[in-house]
Design a protein around this ligand. Structure first.
Ligand code: PHE
Length: 345
């Protein structure tokens, strides 16, 4: 019996299976219900009491050794299986390709707009999304009691007396103020960025959206310059022949102020849901910078004049790609996002 155990021990120690099938054969041979170890235990029953004392221990140690070896081999084989399925890898196979992501439609349209204005000599300016009352409202000529300061429209972070209020910016005009305060005219800049308004979220409104505002200040800048610049912009963005019209409007920071409509890009003016059957859609607000704003920012309003405009990027994007629900822009649904391959611009 001792000889047998010695022989088995040597065999087990030398055993090195190439795959899971060989290991399973090993298990059946030694540890199975009809295996060799079971056999030895059967034989053990018939040995004398003296031998039982000696062999009992030897036999148990042998069994533990066989079980430990099996467990160890199984663990190594399982590990290999998860990495290469127990097979040799074919290193000549092509690797897994990367899926190329696509740019977010808002960022595509934003860069398109920025590119058009860059060609006219505009630079890009950025500023903080958390703003104080001065930069978001007061410097822009908002009267103290103006409804846009009201809790309904603005997310206040700190609301005290008005002058010390801190809020999430409601427009990127705040960046215009920062630019005028910190530099000297002429200015020719675009201010793209995220803005926040306290609105209920629906298909047509969101509590945050993206704006691109523009500012042009120099000597002798007139409303004609404003019209021509924006007209050129629309021809570049939506194609030659897109019509524009200006309607008088009101903003505290511009005088005179206007809203600009373009002929509906979807129905070309014939009337559809997008333009509410009017043939026109509003795309931006604009006007000549109010002299009060220039003075608030330390600019001589006798010497300099300028125009400003502001548009919502979501709006402009809708008119290009007809996206019916604003919420799609911020839900990060890959099925939506991957439709906007970079070639689309
Ligand atoms: N700041 C305005 C808004 O948020 C847009 C605008 C900018 C209008 C500049 C006129 C001039 O609606």
């Amino acid at each position: 019996m001792q000889d047998q155990i010695n022989q088995y021990t040597a065999d087990i120690e030398a055993f090195n299976p190439a795959n899971a099938d060989e290991l399973e054969a090993f298990r059946i041979k030694y540890l199975g219900t009809k295996g060799l170890i079971k056999d030895l235990f059967e034989q053990f029953k018939s040995v004398g009491p003296e031998e039982k004392r000696v062999f009992g221990k030897v036999l148990n140690q042998f069994k533990q050794m066989a079980e430990a070896k099996y467990a160890e081999l199984k663990e190594t084989l399982d590990g290999q299986q998860t990495t290469n399925n127990g097979q040799q890898q074919d290193l000549t196979l092509p690797g897994n390709g990367f899926e190329v992501g696509s740019r977010h439609p808002l960022s595509l349209v934003q860069s398109e707009i920025v590119d058009i204005f860059k060609r006219l000599g505009f630079v890009v300016a950025e500023g903080p999304e958390i703003e104080d009352d001065w930069h978001n409202f007061s410097a822009l000529n908002f009267p103290d009691e103006h409804p846009a300061r009201d809790m309904q429209d603005t997310f206040f972070i700190k609301k005290n007396s008005g002058k010390d209020d801190i809020a999430l910016r409601t427009h990127t005009s705040s960046v215009q103020v920062r630019m005028m305060e910190n530099g000297k005219p002429p200015f020719r800049a675009l201010m793209p960025g995220r803005v926040y308004r306290n609105e209920a979220i629906s298909a047509r409104a969101h509590c945050f959206f993206h704006q691109i505002e523009g500012l042009y200040i120099d000597e002798n800048v007139s409303f004609a310059d404003l019209k021509q610049t924006l007209y050129h912009f629309v021809q570049e963005l939506y194609g030659e022949g897109t019509k524009v019209r200006f309607r008088p409007s009101y903003f505290p920071f511009t005088e005179p102020s206007a809203e600009m409509d373009i002929s509906c890009t979807i129905c070309k003016g014939a009337g559809c849901n997008m333009c509410k059957h009017s043939g026109w859609v509003e795309i931006l607000g604009c006007g000549m910078v109010d002299p009060n704003v220039l003075e608030n920012c330390g600019i001589d309003s006798k010497k300099y004049t300028g125009f400003a405009f502001g548009m919502g990027v979501e709006r402009i994007t809708n008119l290009k790609y007809v996206i019916k629900d604003l919420r799609l822009f911020s839900e990060n649904d890959v099925r939506f996002l991957k439709q906007f391959k970079t070639e689309m611009i």
